[in-house]
Design a protein around this ligand. Structure first.
Ligand code: BG6
Length: 491
């Protein structure tokens, strides 16, 4: 099957933090793939900006290196050369007023041409960059700004950043990236729910027993110790990626795929989350921190050793029991967990349906397990519907739990684009459906902040777990207390 490519009109994309990790690992490889697929029309310009001393040629050299490392091996030198011809570099210290004229000089002047400013920098700089863009008259009516999570570290700092960007760009031209929303299977969650008549009638507390969302990583904190120490898994993963997944699973059907229609429904879910605070934090949350162990095929250090802080209280694992106080979901637990240095990289949503009300089968037929829908985000993107079926053969009625298995790579046999490819093209097209609106980000923080405050108040260290295991035993107990267990069938 061939994916359909609709070309976008020529645009200017300015990448602040153009020499950084995000730009090299994710943004340029994503742009390169879109270029290879013929999605760009010319003349399109991509302008890297940072204070490091590069010229066009040395910058292009560093991008070429990044593409070889991070864009998959199949591209020819010719293709890379064609892509690099669109790339330019401007030396600019965002703290200074000098150099902005050089940036202006690189930008095309037609007012209707899309100008996208991607802030691949620390969030502390978002407001200042927006203000400088305005002060140097670089913001045209077709300009838009793209910011990355984390937007703030709590509700107050998020509001501060949103105010600063909002003073220059109207909300509909602010694109807040949560790259999980660009993942193919995450979008498929909407297709699955709203393009099939099968699930939606069952998608409620009358038929669903519980929902589980796991985002597990095998990696540790890598080179991001300084950031991670001040963040931890709750802010780094739950406030954004896991809550966004939860919203897509739990939201009411939006009237359309229009950005605000979808975001209105997600916001309602965030507002309906049952608060977790000092009163119930111990019953509903588990924090963990990895100790030395075995991971990714070798011995690895513990977190405290990695960040050089023996007293660190930062969590590298969180498990939560979340409830949504509305008619559709009242009483149905959503179990969320995420962590670093877990046994493998796997992200999935499990929707476990209620058990049959009465079994007509004898004990010899075996146990009837729940019908489970497993939506696998990564790796091996796909969907499995676990059903009870009869084991083949003449040996009587023996039942087995088996999956209807839909692996996207096999089913569609086309290259699945990386999240950033889809998201960057959506920015250029002006489609904000897969981006977070201001009120969503702030509502998510409003729910997260009391959890963090309650943890601070408890002042207990996170529970230890060995690298390469599924987190502290208390995370298993969190689910088992309710007579359930984390899904193991697909992991
Ligand atoms: C980022 C987090 O947002 O997502 C990282 O800051 C995490 O800590 C990453 O490793 C995971 O993304 P993915 O796409 O690899 O699952």
């Amino acid at each position: 099957m061939v994916s359909r490519i609709v070309q976008v009109a020529p645009f200017d994309l300015v990448v602040f933090g153009g020499t950084g990790d995000l730009a090299h690992r994710k943004l340029f490889p994503a742009l390169f793939h879109r270029f290879l697929d013929g999605q760009f029309s010319q003349p399109t310009k991509i302008i890297g900006v940072s204070r490091h001393d590069f010229d066009n040629s040395s910058y292009r050299g560093s991008i070429a290196k990044a593409l070889k490392q991070f864009a998959g091996g199949s591209s020819t030198d010719e293709a890379i050369k064609g892509f690099l011809a669109m790339i330019h570099y401007v030396v600019l210290d965002i703290g200074s007023d000098l150099g902005w004229d050089r940036l202006e000089h690189q930008l095309e002047k037609e007012h209707e041409r899309v100008r996208a400013f991607y802030l691949a920098t620390a969030p502390d700089h978002f407001g200042a960059i927006a203000q400088k863009l305005a002060a140097h008259s670089l913001v045209t009516p077709a300009s838009r700004i793209i910011v990355e999570k984390p937007i703030g570290k709590d509700g107050a700092s998020a509001a501060f950043i949103n105010d600063a960007i909002g003073a220059v760009f109207p909300e509909e031209r602010i694109f807040r990236i949560d790259h999980y929303l660009g993942k193919e299977t995450v979008q498929n969650l909407m297709a699955l729910r709203f393009a099939n008549a099968l699930f939606e009638p069952l998608w409620n507390s009358a038929h669903i027993d519980h929902v589980e969302i796991t985002v597990a990583e095998a990696i540790g904190v890598e080179s991001r110790a300084a950031y991670y120490e001040n963040s931890g898994a709750l802010r780094d993963m739950v406030q954004n990626h896991l809550l966004q997944l939860l919203c897509l699973v739990a939201m009411e059907p939006p009237a359309s795929m229009h950005a605000d229609a979808v975001r209105d429904e997600k916001l309602k879910v965030l507002k309906a989350l049952m608060p977790i605070d000092a009163r119930n934090v111990e019953a509903f949350t588990v924090r963990g921190q990895y100790r030395a162990g075995a991971s990714e095929g070798g011995a690895v250090k513990g977190y405290a050793e990695e960040v050089g802080n023996p007293h660190t209280m930062t969590e590298t694992f969180v498990a939560l029991k979340v409830e949504i106080a509305n008619w559709r979901w009242a009483g149905i637990p959503f179990y969320l967990r995420t962590g670093k240095r877990l046994p493998q990289r796997v992200s999935e949503v499990i929707v476990a349906f209620r058990e049959v009300p009465h079994s007509i089968f004898t004990v010899e037929s075996g146990k009837i397990s729940q019908t489970r829908l497993a939506i696998r985000l990564q790796p091996d993107e796909g969907i499995k519907l676990w059903l009870m079926l009869k084991e083949p053969g003449a040996g009587g009625m023996r039942l087995q739990h088996v999956p209807l298995d839909m692996n996207f790579a096999e089913a569609f046999s086309i290259y699945a684009p990386e999240a950033y490819e889809r998201l960057l093209m959506d920015v250029i097209r002006g489609n904000a459906t897969l981006f977070m609106r201001r009120d969503e980000v702030e509502a998510a923080w409003r729910w997260i902040d009391p959890i963090r405050e309650a943890w601070n108040h408890l002042n207990e260290p996170p529970r230890p777990y060995f690298a390469g295991t599924w987190g502290p035993a208390a995370a298993i107990a969190l689910v088992e207390r309710d007579g359930r267990s984390w899904n193991e069938e697909t992991i």
